[in-house]
Ligand binder design. Structure first.
Ligand code: SAM
Length: 388
C-alpha cells in the first residue's frame, strides 16, 4: 500500500453524512459495551460493519480514484512473479485449487491465471474469499468470463492447493496497548462529543502475556508510554488456513518486520497507519468509515502461528529479494525494445516494486507449506528466515 503524507482533502457532503452514520453506529456499540470498546472492536466496526464499514460500503478504495495503491495495481510484473514462484507447487499437486482472500480489484487473479495458463499449470478452480461486497462486485466485473473463478463466503474445510494473500493481514483488526508505570493497558475507544478518544482498559491475559514475551525477547521492559499493536486476528486466520490446507503452500505478502524490529524501543507509537485519498496519517478517529486503517505485520507471530498449525516455514525475505529471485528483471526485459513508452513504464514499475525506499524493503514475502516436496521459488537470493 503506498500513499503520500500531505494535507488531507475534505470529504464531500454525501461522504460526511455516511461517516456520521458510521460514527452513530460506533457510539451505539460503545454504549452497549458500557462506554468503551477495545480498539480491535473499533477497527473491526469501522472497516467491516455491514453496509457501513470502509470495506463493506460501496466507495472505491484502490487505484487513482481511491485511497491507496497496492502492488498488483502498480504492475502485472508482481503477479507474474508470484505465479512463477508458485508454479512448481501447483504442478506437484493433483487438481489443486487456488485461494485468494481479499482480492482487491481482481488484478492479481487475472495476471496469475494468465501466467499459469502460459506455463501450462492453470488451476481448474480459483476461489476468492472477499468480505467486502463492493470489492466483490468490482472483481466480478473485472474477472467476467474467467470460468475458473468462484466467490466463496467461508474458508473451505479442507483443500489442496495454494493460498495467496497480498496485503490482507495488515487489514485485520489489531489490539493496541500502552505500557505505563510497569503495567500493560489495552487501549480502547470511547465517544467524545461528535468524535472519539482513547481510554485505558485492563489488558486481557493474552495481551499482557504477549507484551511480557516481547520484553523477555528484547531483554528489557518496554519504556513508559510505549504504544504498539498485536494482531491476534491475523494469527488466528493463519492458524485456521494452516489447519485446513491439507497439502500445498501459503504465500503471504505484506508490510512488516520480525518481532524484534516490530517492537523496537524506538518505534514507541506502534505502526498504526490510516489512508485517505492517497495521504497517509496516524489518526484512526478521523472520517470513520471513509478511510482505511492498517497496522504492520509481526512476521515472527505469523510464522509461530503457522508452525503451531503444522505448516513448515519455507522462506521469508523482503519483496525486492523475492521478486528478483522470481525473475522480475528477466520478465521486464521482455518488453518490446522499440516501444519506448512501455520500456519507461516498466522501468518505473520495477523501481516502485523493488527500490528500498519504495516497496522493496518494508514489504516482506513469507512462504509456508504442508506436505509438498517442491516449495515456492523466489527465496534463493536472500532468505531472511533467520531474522524471525
Ligand atoms: C488492503 S486490501 C488488499 C486488496 C488486494 N489483495 C490487493 O493487494 O490489491 C485488504 C483486503 O483484505 C480483505 N480482508 C480483510 N480481512 C479478511 C479476511 N478475514 N478474509 C479475507 N479477506 C479479508 C479486505 O476486505 C480487503 O479486500
Amino acid at each position: 500500500m503506498t500513499a503520500g503524507s500531505s494535507k488531507l482533502p475534505t470529504p464531500d457532503a454525501g461522504a460526511r453524512a455516511h461517516s456520521a452514520r458510521v460514527a452513530a453506529h460506533l457510539r451505539e456499540a460503545m454504549a452497549v459495551a458500557g462506554g468503551a470498546v477495545p480498539f480491535a472492536r473499533f477497527m473491526e466496526l469501522v472497516l467491516y460493519a455491514p453496509g457501513l464499514g470502509y470495506y463493506s460500503a460501496g466507495a472505491v478504495k484502490l487505484g487513482a480514484a481511491g485511497d491507496f495503491v497496492t502492488a498488483p495495481e502498480i504492475s502485472p510484473l508482481f503477479g507474474r512473479c508470484l505465479a512463477r514462484a508458485l508454479a512448481p507447487v501447483l504442478s506437484g499437486l493433483d487438481d489443486p485449487v487456488v485461494l485468494e482472500p481479499g482480492a482487491g480489484s481482481g488484478a492479481l487473479a487475472a495476471v496469475m491465471l494468465d501466467e499459469w495458463a502460459a506455463l501450462d499449470v492453470a488451476p481448474s478452480r480459483y476461489l476468492i474469499l472477499e468480505p467486502s461486497a463492493g470489492l466483490r462486485r468490482w472483481q466480478q466485473a473485472n474477472l467476467a468470463g474467467r470460468g475458473a473463478v468462484e466467490w466463496i463466503d467461508t474458508l473451505p474445510e479442507s483443500f489442496e492447493g495454494v493460498v495467496v494473500a497480498n496485503e490482507v493481514l495488515d487489514a485485520m483488526p489489531v489490539s493496541r496497548f500502552v505500557c505505563a508505570g510497569g503495567t500493560v493497558h489495552e487501549l480502547g475507544v470511547a465517544p467524545e462529543g461528535e468524535g472519539f478518544r482513547w481510554v485505558r482498559l485492563p489488558a486481557p491475559a493474552a495481551l499482557a502475556q504477549r507484551v511480557a514475551a516481547v520484553e523477555s525477547l528484547l531483554g528489557a521492559p518496554l519504556p513508559d508510554g510505549y504504544t504498539s499493536e498485536v494482531n491476534f486476528a491475523a494469527e488466528a486466520w493463519v492458524a485456521t488456513v494452516g489447519r485446513r490446507l491439507a497439502r500445498g503452500a501459503l504465500l503471504l505478502v505484506d508490510y512488516g518486520f520480525p518481532r524484534r524490529e516490530f517492537y523496537h524501543p524506538q518505534r514507541s507509537q506502534g505502526t498504526l497507519m490510516c489512508h485517505y485519498r492517497h495521504r497517509a496519517h496516524g489518526d484512526p478517529f478521523l472520517f470513520p468509515g471513509l478511510q482505511d486503517i492498517t497496522a504492520h505485520v509481526d512476521f515472527t507471530a505469523v510464522a509461530e502461528a503457522a508452525v503451531d498449525a503444522g505448516l513448515r516455514l519455507d522462506g521469508y525475505t523482503h519483496q525486492a529479494g523475492f521478486l528478483l529471485g522470481a525473475g522480475i528483471t528477466e520478465l521486464a526485459a521482455q518488453v518490446n525494445p522499440a516501444d519506448v513508452r512501455a520500456q519507461m513504464d516498466t522501468a518505473a514499475q520495477l523501481r516502485r516494486l523493488t527500490l528500498p525506499q519504495e516497496m522493496g524493503e518494508l514489504f516482506k514475502v513469507m512462504s509456508l507449506s504442508r506436505g509438498v516436496d517442491v516449495v515456492a521459488a523466489g527465496f534463493s537470493l536472500r532468505d531472511l528466515s533467520g531474522t524471525l
